[in-house]
Design a protein around this ligand. Structure first.
Ligand code: DMA
Length: 284
């Protein structure tokens, strides 16, 4: 691979494109739930791109701040592996943050307000909240939920986005706590006061399980309230609830770094199943 190609791949890796794709899709789904299938237009596309750019920036800035921690936890990442210099990651993140927030001006003032708010939260998270027990996890969960609401803002109606936003919040908070169990070594050595470091793995597992069970408990509600059609229920029960129960049992039995790493990765893929269930449920 040529040097410039390698650099490009490293920047792509830094931005964590799967997470960006999830944010992009979440905005579209948010707009769809707010206004109905097929009504997503140019504004939604702009907000979705803005979410993708801001999240990519957030990931880059996160790695910029976490270079010491990642040297232990994730040595293969672009910064600790030396493929991207720290200042390059910083410039990359600031440019994407500026572009992402700027795009909000093409939509409406609420889009600008959300983009600015999310950008500030991501900076505060990387600099400070990540090293604070629980608050950091909650903020990432809330921001993930907010991507659906941003989709609603693009079509000037946030009703209908609150169910997927709640799902996203609960699911992501659980996953973030599992990630903290995975990252316990590097976090401990760098004095990051996460739940796993401060209160121990067992407590972290219990809190993550509470959030997983909250997702399961919440999942039939939109169907029972007649908000989603019947297609939603079997998809969410089989594709999300049963899968979460399986993850919960595995995590309870083995909270090692290796196992929590596997579970949090699988949880990321399972988000697509959850998005699919909500999509199917909202088809006319
Ligand atoms: C995820 O942070 C990134 C953003 C933008 C909130 P994280 O603390 O979960 O990342 P890491 O994988 O470095 O622990």
């Amino acid at each position: 691979m040529s040097a410039s190609m390698e650099k490009l791949t490293a920047y792509l890796e830094l931005s964590r494109p799967i997470n960006g794709l999830i944010a992009f899709i979440s905005v579209f789904l948010g707009a769809m739930f707010a206004r109905g299938i097929g009504l997503a237009g140019m504004d939604t596309f702009i907000v979705a791109i803005s979410a993708l750019l801001i999240l990519s920036a957030g990931n880059g800035f996160n790695d910029y701040c976490d270079h010491e921690i990642d040297r232990i936890n994730k040595p293969q990442r672009p910064i600790p592996s030396g493929r991207i210099k720290r200042h390059e990651a910083l410039i990359f993140s600031l440019v994407l943050l500026g572009l992402g927030t700027g795009l909000g001006f093409l939509v409406n003032r609420y889009a600008v307000a959300i983009a600015t708010f999310v950008s500030c939260c991501l900076v505060v998270y990387a600099v400070w909240l990540k090293r604070t027990p629980f608050a950091g996890n909650l903020v990432v969960g809330l921001l993930t939920g907010l991507t659906f609401i941003a989709g609603g803002v693009a079509v000037a109606s946030i009703r209908g986005t609150l169910v997927p936003a709640t799902f996203a919040f609960l699911f992501t908070t659980a996953r973030e706590i599992v990630k903290d169990i995975e990252d316990i070594e590097g976090d401990r050595q760098n004095n990051a006061r996460t739940i796993a470091v401060l209160w121990g793995k067992r407590a972290a597992v219990c809190i993550a399980l509470c959030f997983m069970f909250a997702v399961i408990a919440f999942s039939p509600i939109p169907y029972l309230l007649n908000w989603y059609s019947w297609c939603y229920l079997p998809t969410v029960v089989i594709g999300v609830d049963l899968v979460l129960i399986y993850f919960a049992i595995r995590l309870w039995r083995d909270a090692s770094q290796e196992n929590s790493a596997k579970i949090q990765r699988w949880m990321k893929w399972d988000i697509f199943v959850g998005l699919g269930a909500i999509y199917l449920g909202s088809l006319p």
